[in-house]
Write a protein that binds this ligand. Structure first.
Ligand SMILES: NC(=O)C1=CN([C@@H]2O[C@H](COP(=O)(O)OP(=O)(O)OC[C@H]3O[C@@H](n4cnc5c(N)ncnc54)[C@H](OP(=O)(O)O)[C@@H]3O)[C@@H](O)[C@H]2O)C=CC1
Ligand SMILES: CC(=O)N[C@@H](CCC(=O)OP(=O)(O)O)C(=O)O
Length: 306
């Protein structure tokens, strides 16, 4: 590898691409290659840049990401490493998926991979809440999980941002009520769930920030755990993680989605009423931070040994 690691962000002008570019300005040892104007979407120009970099980051719609991967693969021995922010390869068998704190040893798996799929924003919260409980045996893999979530409108990329900035957009809206959101496969695969969860996302008229929540009837879990048991399993899983915190639930019983905006942090809490045997697990993150560009930069650093 050259003195500076060379990176090309395909889709640099989009929401996630810009966020990655901004963050990489502060990382030493990187040289960014760019395409401008008409060349930005020209396959031959993109292939030529890919042949000249160590890593390509894809911040594109799924079809364009598939096209880019084919372009990179066609370079054979000169093919760069790839980090894909799209949904196209989230559960593909020859890709490593995820965020470094997802499982023990996962940072090393990301560092060693040629092709890494960055997680979706909602799955980052959902997997962080569920996988530690399944791994610890607190929640059976076939537990009937429901995941509710609300995102800021930047989660929908440039078109949704434009719609909200221009027309106001709906104040709040449930969506994916056909129960086939594109994030369900990765939530199942990497949340270690064998039963398909019910996933109910929503979007509010605020730019960025996200809450992902999972309601639980504690008496239906093996051994009827208390809230403290769930919190202990989460805390053990994320012990020592700089960007993931397991925190006590606010005594107000309230949580708003924007508090981590412009950070790459993820916060996890267990709200509960042990007297009635009920709990709600909640993840808070910036959909553009730990949910997208921040997670991508963590993975880029690992993949390039920076
Ligand atoms: N926004 C978010 O919170 C998250 C997004 N993601 C994923 O990241 C990816 C990018 O999303 P996001 O940044 O929000 O999307 P945007 O719509 O904001 O940006 C997409 C960019 O891709 C460019 N583009 C589209 N087609 C091509 C092509 N054929 N060749 C080159 N460039 C192309 C667009 O160009 P133009 O500027 O001309 O439109 C645009 O700049 C998506 O797959 C999304 O699902 C993942 C996690 C969170
Ligand atoms: C509010 C909104 O529309 N959010 C997007 C998810 C954003 C995200 O996580 O990106 P990926 O598509 O790359 O997974 C959605 O639900 O499709």
């Amino acid at each position: 590898m050259a003195t500076s690691a060379r990176i090309f962000i395909d889709g640099e002008a989009g929401t996630t691409g810009l966020g990655i570019r901004d963050r990489l300005q502060n990382v030493a040892g990187i040289e960014l290659k760019s395409l401008t104007g008409d060349k930005r979407k020209d396959p031959e120009a993109r292939r030529a840049v890919m042949g000249d970099v160590d890593l390509v980051v894809l911040c594109l719609p799924d079809d364009a990401a598939r096209e880019s991967v084919a372009l990179a693969d066609s370079l054979g021995a000169r093919a760069p490493k790839i980090l894909d922010a799209s949904t196209a390869f989230r559960v593909a068998p020859d890709w490593v998926y995820g965020f470094p704190e997802m499982a023990r040893g996962h940072a090393e798996r990301i560092a060693a991979a040629r092709k890494v799929s960055n997680p979706g924003c909602y799955p980052t919260g959902g997997i962080a809440l569920l996988r530690p409980l399944v791994d610890a045996g607190v929640m059976p893999a076939d537990y009937p999980v429901t995941i509710n979530a609300v995102s800021g409108y930047s989660g929908g990329g440039k078109s949704m941002i434009e719609a909200h900035d221009k027309d106001g957009g709906p104040a709040f809206e449930l969506y994916a009520l056909g129960l086939a959101h594109k994030h369900v496969p990765e939530l199942m695969t990497f949340g270690k769930l064998t039963r398909r969860p019910i996933f109910v996302p929503s979007v509010g008229h605020f730019r960025q920030g996200m809450l992902v929540s999972v309601p639980l009837h504690l008496d239906t879990l093996p051994g009827k755990p208390k809230a403290a048991d769930l919190q202990a399993a989460l805390a053990a899983h994320f012990a020592g993680a700089a960007l993931v915190s397991v925190l006590d639930a606010e005594s107000s019983g309230k949580l708003e989605p924007e508090a981590l905006n412009n950070t790459d942090k993820l916060e996890l809490r267990v709200f509960a009423n042990d007297a009635v045997g009920q709990a709600v697990l909640v993840a808070r993150l910036d959909n553009l931070g730990k949910g997208a560009s921040g997670a991508a930069v963590q993975n880029i650093r690992l993949m390039l040994g920076l």
